[in-house]
Every structure is written in structure tokens, then in C-alpha cells.
Design a protein around this ligand. Sequence first.
Ligand code: SF4
Length: 548
Amino acid sequence: MSRLLYQGVPGVADSVLRGLKPRTLYASACGTAEAVPFQGLEGSPSRTLFADPCSPISSPCSQVPSPSVPQSPQFGACGDELHEECGVVAVHGHADAARQAYLALYALQHRGQESAGIATADGQHLANIKGMGLVSEIFTDDVLSKLPGPMAIGHTRYSTTGDSALLNAQPIRVDSTKGLIAIAHNGNLVNLGNLKTRLEREGAYFQTTSDSEIIVQLIAHSKAATLVDAIADSLAQVEGAFSIVMMTRDRIFAARDPRGFRPLSIGRIKSPGAPDTIFFASETCAFDLLRAEFVRDVLPGELVMVSEDGMTSRQYAIGMPQSSCIFEHVYFARPDSRIFGRWVQESREQMGRQLARESAVPADVIVPVPDSGVTAALGYAEEAGLPFRFGLIRNHYVGRTFIEPEQRVRDFGVRLKLNPVHNLLAGKRVVLIDDSIIRGTTSRKIVRMVRGAGAAEVHLRISCPPTISPCFYGVDTPSKRDLIAANHSVEEIRQFIEADSLQYLSLEGLLKSCDGGEGNGYCVACYTGNYPTQWVDVEDILPAGAAV
Ligand code: SF4
């Protein structure tokens, strides 16, 4: 049975974890769970703000990054700080908002499979249920029936460790001086140290290590007269990558960071004679399942509010150069989504075409590493005039290699995940198309697998440049020491993965493939080491070491 956390659910006591004692919380984010009394109950006069009763409180892992020093999952004292790529959704104006949020999260499941949560509001109450596992495992009919109201926000999450991540599941529901707020975010803030120190001087009491709590504390401590002003004021103070959805008892808020790192789109279902149902989602593929129409993206630096009176918007920050994450187009987003004003499918196909122009090789067949290499391989095959074949078959019941939390699982997962089609590969000169090489070990296993199936030659082509630096904006990448391209030449990597040839798409080729005239500005820091926010050189923090 799933472990679930209930908050503010009519007829259900707060903090009930199925299979665990009510009103306990886990004190460690490092896997050493310890039950301690719940310290912040709704209505208690002793605190200005109450954190999620199942969020990690102070622990050896509760460091926040220093203002000038980027942190990666491997940098912290416990080595398991959680930097996730997540999906967020919000619904306003639907009789069964919880089920709509469920469907939207279902479509965004690829952005995180570790935990999920949905909070709903009905004008009076604000209920929140979250649990471990896939969206469909957590939100049964029975669970959804406990989430009443026409408004909802939802979150699906991946973390970098095997830690008990219910501690860090979202949405987070807090009772602040500005009232009850539920919040969920996708991304990673980078100036937490400064903000937390200042807030603590002002009397803030932190019970979690979550970026979301920093934002809610800023809202709670804002001197602005209205809630929307307090939110705008708070968002203007945080730096980094975030797409946020928030909900009070009667309003939904959605915002993107001023550089627009992470996607967030607005959708709508028109209802004749009634207000439209408004949706927000990390990717537009969620709108398709809801039969909602795409309206537009939330703009970088924009704060959107939806209430009974309709939708309003303001720019809380202007003038920052856009740096949307190009890796969303390379790998993370679904090809049937339109993000940053551009179809992912179109970008990936162009990457494949460009790759074929830059790195042609005599071959018999083009084979994608499924699933994320498929669209680029189609483009490559068309441009090269060579047959496209599914020479590797993926078992879809195993998680994606790049986002498996532990090395041991990852190594085993390659064999579990992929199997070669021998009769398509035997005796052929094969061009394998993949979207990235991270540590190199997975690529080597795949090359060996194809050669073991009888391929005469195996040429690996990668639809992006070498990944040489970690991401600090919410995508889980290993530290620099574990990134093979940070420490080895392309020829050394070729030798390591045992391919007959290896070539990457050039940075110019990638940017050209993802632009197409839309004029997007992209973050490409993991390919260049040049970060769009203020960083010290990552070499100062973690000297690169040989990884192979
Ligand atoms: S560093 Fe790479 S993964 Fe991170 S936001 Fe920039 S492009 Fe995306």
C-alpha cells in the first residue's frame, strides 16, 4: 500500500501516513529517519508560519548553498542533496479539479516518478494529499474523492537519492501570516543562503530545506499590503530556476523565474455561459489529455493570478536575458509538447538532421537508442537517406537510466531496459543515435550490446554537445568528476565506449536546431560551463578527476 500524507482533508486527521503512526514526522533528509513530535499545528499562535508536517526539519543535510558557491547533488555533507526536475500543474474553475490535476500529472509522469501530490481548495478549506510512487498508484478513486473543490495544484517529483522522499514531496501546505498557502515548484533556487540568513534574523523559523519554504517565508515576511504584492515582492528576491504554482483558499498563482529556465504554459477549456477552466502545466502535452487548448506560455518574470474575477497578470521582473533550458528540448520534455514557443519534436528532428550533416559516415542502418533518441534518429535517417530501424527495443516498465537514483540500479537497468533485435543488426554498419553521454558506462553497454548482436560496425552519434558541467538549475546531473566529457577528449570517450566512431552535435548546430527563427535565448551551461547566473568557477569547488 502507498504511504500517503493527508493535510487539511475533511474527515481525516492531519499527518496520517498510511502504515505509520499519526502525527509523526521524519527528522532526517539523510535516510536516518527519526520520529519527533509535530511542532506546527494549524491555528497555533506560537509560529508565524507552519511548515509541511512531513517535511524534513533541521538535519545534517539541511545546508543551503552559499550565495556564491553552486551546489550539486554530490557536494553536500551527506552527498544526497536533492536537485530534481519536476512537473507542476494547476487547475482553476472545474467541478472536479482534483481529477483534472491527476490527469495532467499523469501526462507529466516522465518529469518525475518518485512522488506526487495534489492540493485542492473549495473557498473554505485547503486539502493536500501526497505520497510515494507513480501518480496512478497514489491517486486512486478513493483518494481523489477526499480532495474536494474547483481549484487544484499538483506536483510530480524525482529526487537524486534513494532517500525517503515523502519528506520532500510537494505541494507543501503552510499556514502563514498571509493565510493558508499550498505551493509546488519545478527548478532550483541559487541564492538560498543569503535569503535564509536574512529571514532568520527577522525571526523566521525554518522546518524544511525546501526552496518552496523560502518563498513562502518571504511572502509571510513581506510588508506588502496585499497577497499578490507580497508574492511579487518575494519572487523578485529569489534567483535561479523556478516555475511555481501556488494556491490559497480562493486563488491560483503561477509564475516563472525572470530568465525563464523552466517551461510553464497556460491552457483553457471554454465553457459557454460560464467562466473558462484555466490550467497551468509544465508541458503542453498535459493539455491534450485534458482536452484543453493551449493559450500561451507564462512569460519569464511574469506572475499570473486566477480568481473568480478571471485571470490577471503582472511582470514582477523585467529586462533579464532569457536562458531557457535547452536540455528540455534535447531530452526532458515530451516530443508532443510545445515548450519555449517551439515543438520539441521539431527541435529533435532538426538536431538529427544537423547531426547527419555534421557527422556523416558510410552505414547501412540508423538505430535510435529509445525513447529519447527516436526523433533525432528519424531526422538523421531522412537527411542521410538511410533506413531507420528499431534495432533496440525498450522495456517500458523500467525507469529511464538517466534518472535512476542509484548507480547499482542504473547498471542493472541497462540490461533490463534494452534488448537488441538481432536480425536487424547482424552484419550491418550501424549508426546509433542517442541524446547524451553522461558517465559513459551506459553508452559502452549499449555499444557492446549492438556489437554482440552481430553488427559489423557501431558508430555512435549524440544529438547535443559533450556535457562538461553540472546543472544547478534543477536538472539532475552528476558532479563534474563523474561527467566523462569533462575529463576526457572525444577520442578517449570513443575508446572507452568501444565505438568505431563517435561524434557529437556542435553547439552551433544545437542552437540552430532549437531556434528555427523564434529567437529563443537558451541556457547551454552544461555544454559550456558558462552559467547565466552568478557563479564562481565550478573548478574552484570540485576539481575534476578521471571518471572512467
Ligand atoms: S545547465 Fe544544462 S540542464 Fe541546466 S538549465 Fe542550463 S541547459 Fe538546462
